[in-house]
Design a protein around this ligand. Sequence first.
Ligand SMILES: [Zn+2]
Ligand SMILES: [Zn+2]
Length: 381
Amino acid sequence: MPTTRCYYEVLSVERDASGDEVKRSYRRLAMKFHPDRNPDNPEAEAKFKEAAEAYEVLSDAERRRMYDRHGREGLRGRPGHDFNSMRPDDIFSMFNDIFDGMGGGRSRGRRAQARGFDLETEVDLDLEEVLTGATRDVNFTRMDVCDTCTGGGAAPGTRPESCATCGGQGKVQQAGLGGMFRMVTACPSCHGRGTVVLTPCIDCGGQGRCPTDRKLAVRIPAGIHNGQAVRVAGEGEPPSADVDPGGNGVRGDLHVVVRIAGNPRFERDGSNLLLMQPVAFTTLALGGDVEVPLLGEDESHTLHVKAGTQPGDLMRINEQGIPDLRNGRRGDLVVVLKLVVPRKLDDNQRALLAQYAESESTPIDDHSPSMWDRIKDAFRG
Ligand SMILES: [Zn+2]
Ligand SMILES: [Zn+2]
């Protein structure tokens, strides 16, 4: 079944993300959910295919424009691939240019430079930290070349032997389609290495790779969005032992996915913030000052409310929103004035209000647009 989620949401990118951001995000998700890394996991496979579908649309300027304008309906006339009926390997090779010889032994020989797997980890941020950016110590585990056997997998003093099945070629020929074709595939005995280890290294069990704990200080830029990832180039894994036992070639990257916690007072909308500010009837009717909290600051901001202001009216405090990730310009704080009626009155207050009610002659008539329309307008403006 094709995905019903928004393509931007699937790839965790903003609607104005550049082609490069779209590509990087897709690459990260495709690595994460690749069936080779998630064997027998239909959920991962579905996510893998969902990401491919989103990438096919968002990486093509024309289709992306149609999608932005008309949603899925806009793509009716230009159907994409049916990724659900495709094999993951075929999807992987379809967008081959972004994966650069990744995916284990599959693409070996096609490129001179082998590349290791990307890794992914997560950090949590508060909305306050999004204002300034933050530095986080990130701990993760990656498979590194075993020091004891330098990745070959053989116990010290022994050597891997040439594989008898393939004669050291790493490939075997198989007859396909009743002998009509001869297909060359990776040797099943040595997984394409051409050698087999008879006396495995004790430290890595003959795998040539050992899990290594690593700690890095990672800078998260101000203005980052929930679900976006910071890429730390070259902190992923070395090429797999099947591709290059010594791990020579290009390391994968580390992707640090940022999760931003919800804030009890402020709601984020792009680079703007929204705040519901309680005010008394008398403040709205008579005019007065309201103290409004600012994100990340101890001092509040004094808002001057004019006499006759209506509940739901918006007031804008310039440049008290969130900085834009690219240009650092801060959005605005949009304050929605929310009328609060006292739950209890003392005798004196009740008498005064009753007297006021008697004097009130204006018929109650509300021609103002709905509050949500006004909020939507404020964000568009
Ligand atoms: Zn070893
Ligand atoms: Zn072999």
